[in-house]
Ligand binder design. Structure first.
Ligand code: FES
Length: 235
């Protein structure tokens, strides 16, 4: 097996080449309780700071998606306490004034682009913050759509903006006030409230849900594949 040398939080380990940072940490004996979630690049729980061999530059990545290289040094970021005020969407409007009321620090954005440079998803983070600042909620929601909330942007922001929370707010405002309503959702919510029969199984929603918790993986997969598909939805 080809081995490479890596430095996990400054300590040297030999690990098999081709492992992700997350697997390399586990190979080295770390038991991951935090900094590890879906393992598939979706939850944003594994933001990692990386320095490649001989490079003056710090880079970032998701530990579950980034493959180790010989001489690589890395450390996962700790939980990064975000500014996250409470708000009630029902009492809000999709405007720049509203964003600034909740997150006044957005006004301090220097347009330095540090947040975009650090994003492991290559999102235009600064652009969605600027769109929010202009009150272009639809654009901000669109640009931040693929954000995983990994928190790396907030670690680099010189004016203390928590960009991913701004992204969450604009997406919520967009969904509630701007996106066209889909009456299928209202219809389905009503059916669930009334415990109506599911489209695939008999017995009413609650009974169906209970029944499904007993299914094995294959039966769940078959059921999923047999679902009524959305227009344009692939298998
Ligand atoms: S563990 Fe979920 S994104 Fe890496």
């Amino acid at each position: 097996m080809d081995m490479v040398t890596v430095y996990i939080m400054g300590r040297e380990y030999q690990v098999p080449a081709g492992l992700t940072i997350m697997k390399a940490m586990e190979y080295a004996g770390y038991r991951l309780i935090r900094g590890c979630g879906c393992r598939g690049g979706f939850c944003g729980g594994c933001g990692t700071i990386i320095r490649k061999k001989g490079s003056y530059k710090l880079t970032v990545g998701l530990a579950c998606q980034t493959v180790v290289e010989d001489g690589m040094q890395f450390a996962q970021i700790p939980y990064y306490p975000p500014h996250h005020p409470d708000y009630m969407l029902e009492n809000m409007e999709p405007t720049a004034e509203q964003i600034l009321k909740i997150y006044p620090e957005v006004f301090r954005c220097l347009s330095c682009n540090s947040c975009s440079k650090v994003c492991p998803q290559d999102l235009r983070v600064m652009d969605y913050v600027q769109a929010a600042l202009r009150g272009d909620i639809a654009k901000a929601a669109d640009l931040s759509f693929d954000c995983l909330n990994c928190g790396l942007c907030a670690t680099r922001c010189p004016v203390e903006i928590v960009q991913y929370n701004v992204g969450n707010l604009v997406k919520r405002l967009y969904s509630r006030y701007i996106a066209p309503a889909d009456d299928r959702l209202d219809k389905r919510c009503k059916e669930i409230e009334e415990n109506k029969v599911s489209t695939t199984l008999d017995g009413g929603f609650n009974a169906t849900l209970n029944e499904m918790t007993q299914f094995d993986k294959k039966k769940l997969k078959d059921l999923y594949n047999a679902r009524v598909k959305e227009p344009g939805e692939s298998a």
